[in-house]
Design a protein around this ligand. Structure first.
Ligand SMILES: C[S@@+](CC[C@H](N)C(=O)[O-])C[C@H]1O[C@@H](n2cnc3c(N)ncnc32)[C@H](O)[C@@H]1O
Length: 208
């Protein structure tokens, strides 16, 4: 199920300014391999949120080959840092090529392994945690991420409407993970949450 009417998506993509050459190459790479990146509409949202909150320290759970991290890194000031976590080392290698081309390699640290273990190995608090790992793991990501956000920080998750599968009568493990996650972020007393039905649904939770 399309979350957003396809004509509206087409309009939004047409009205969206061109990206830099590296982001456009990354979009082509993702398209050719059917790799699920956030795309330019959500990329601009992440960039806007990082700028609006003056984020300096961002943690990504599930970085793929670095497309979403690239948007974040471009929004950061000179002392800003994005820590990427990704299970597939091939993706990490590809990401480095793009980060060097985009002259943002100095702002990005890329860790390979299980994001839900790596989060325990990095110190300190974050201004933004962006969660895009396997969907059945979202409830665990919630439990690990919330304590690591500063007050006023953002927990952002992609795919929270999951192509409409959140309406399934018999949800599979990934859908069930998202359903639980959405309940957790809306009911948490530590968070104020909203879901934006952009692309596949993006949740934004502010730590109170
Ligand atoms: C949807 S893709 C990420 C796309 C990326 N955020 C972007 O938009 O550019 C999800 C990625 O998370 C990785 N992944 C899934 N579960 C993970 C986990 N528990 N730890 C580390 N990486 C994980 C997968 O290998 C995949 O590359």
């Amino acid at each position: 199920m399309d979350i957003v009417n396809s004509y509206i998506v087409e309009y939004l993509l047409n009205v969206t300014p061109e990206r830099d050459e590296i982001l456009e190459d990354m979009e082509q790479y993702a398209l050719a391999r059917n790799f699920p990146v956030i795309g330019p509409l959500v990329g601009r949202l992440l960039y806007a949120l990082a700028k609006a909150t003056q984020a300096e320290r961002i943690l990504e759970l599930g970085s793929g080959f670095g497309y979403s991290a690239y948007w974040f890194a471009k929004a950061l000031g000179k002392n800003g840092e994005v820590i990427c976590t990704e299970g597939n080392p091939d993706n990490a290698e590809h990401a480095q090529v793009y980060f060097h081309r985009g002259k943002i390699a100095n702002k990005v640290k890329f860790l390979v392994g299980d994001a839900l273990k790596l989060i325990d190995e990095v110190d300190g608090q974050f201004d933004i945690i962006f969660n895009d790992i396997d969907k059945h793991q979202y409830p665990k990501a919630f439990r690990k991420a919330v304590p690591r956000l500063r007050k006023g920080g953002l927990l952002i998750s992609d795919n929270v409407l999951w192509s409409g599968r959140i309406l399934d009568r018999r949800p599979d493990a990934d859908t069930a993970g998202i359903l639980t996650y959405n309940r957790l972020i809306y009911s948490s007393k530590e968070l104020f949450t909203t879901i934006i039905p952009l692309r596949d649904g993006v949740s934004i939770s502010i730590k109170l």
